[in-house]
Design a protein around this ligand. Structure first.
Ligand code: A3P
Length: 230
């Protein structure tokens, strides 16, 4: 199996919906959450090792069983994946910076910042470390950086600019969050499905699942994620 579609957009740009959409179109899309569907934890280990040593990574093994990639991992690995799968199509999911930053602040930021830091050997050590280190290149845990809105705006814009520079124009589609199937399906050469484009993982949904209502303290998302969620 080869990766045919690479989602290069950062998390909180609609990557869960995008991954679901690709599954509906017949791909098998990897989202970071799917690492947790492997009870042996080998999947998290493979992704974490690839993150630690990208130049040595065997991408066929890392993405074994998948034909598409999305979320923070794909946004981080997109250049390596494109080198390995030069004919892959790249989709950049995108939304206005202000919406993205607000969404990050209300979801991933508190969960990662207040989440437990496991020791090696813990079943969720690699998944947790991958999250902490790959999300915004670790800025998610660095308040001086993450809470500097100007800096984060530059980071966000720079990611978009880089993707547009690196990916050949005929292999790239920019998917604006909120648009539906048409442009995406045309770009991928697929028929438009009858069902609506997915809409999942809103801030409200995320908070319901991962944060205690009383004091906004996040719970550890790892044990709560199950195969159905992912
Ligand atoms: P909010 O946090 O602003 O609610 P991701 O899956 O990458 O974490 O992104 C989730 C964000 O994308 C959420 O934003 C969610 O509401 C938004 N989203 C997902 N699918 C959408 C759709 N079809 N139309 C509009 N927004 C969508």
């Amino acid at each position: 199996m080869a990766i045919e579609v690479i989602g290069a957009g950062l998390g909180r740009t609609g990557t869960s919906s995008f991954c679901e959409a690709l599954d509906i179109l017949g791909y098998k899309c990897h989202h970071m959450k799917r690492c947790l569907t492997d009870p042996t934890n080998q999947s998290s280990k493979r992704f974490y090792n690839a993150f630690l040593n990208k130049s040595e990574a065997n991408w066929d093994e890392v993405y074994e069983g998948y034909t598409a990639a999305a979320d923070w991992t794909a946004a981080h690995f997109y250049k390596d994946l494109l080198a390995r799968y030069p004919n892959a199509k790249v989709i950049l999911t995108e939304r206005p910076f202000e919406d993205w930053y607000k969404s990050m602040k209300n979801t991933i930021y508190p969960v990662i910042r207040n989440g437990p830091k496991h020791q090696p050997g813990h079943p969720h050590y690699e998944f947790r470390e991958l999250n902490r280190q790959i999300i915004l290149d670790g800025y998610i845990e660095d308040d001086e950086k993450f809470l500097d809105e100007e800096l984060m705006h530059k980071y966000y814009d720079n990611h978009i600019k880089q993707v547009k520079e690196v990916v050949p124009a005929n292999q790239l589609y920019v998917f604006k969050l909120g648009e539906g199937w048409e442009g995406l399906c045309e770009f991928l050469g697929k028929s438009v499905p009858e069902e609506p484009y997915p809409n999942t993982n809103s801030t409200a949904h995320f908070q319901q699942r991962f944060m205690k209502k009383s004091n906004e303290t996040p719970t550890d998302p790892v044990p709560e994620l199950n195969v159905g969620d992912a």
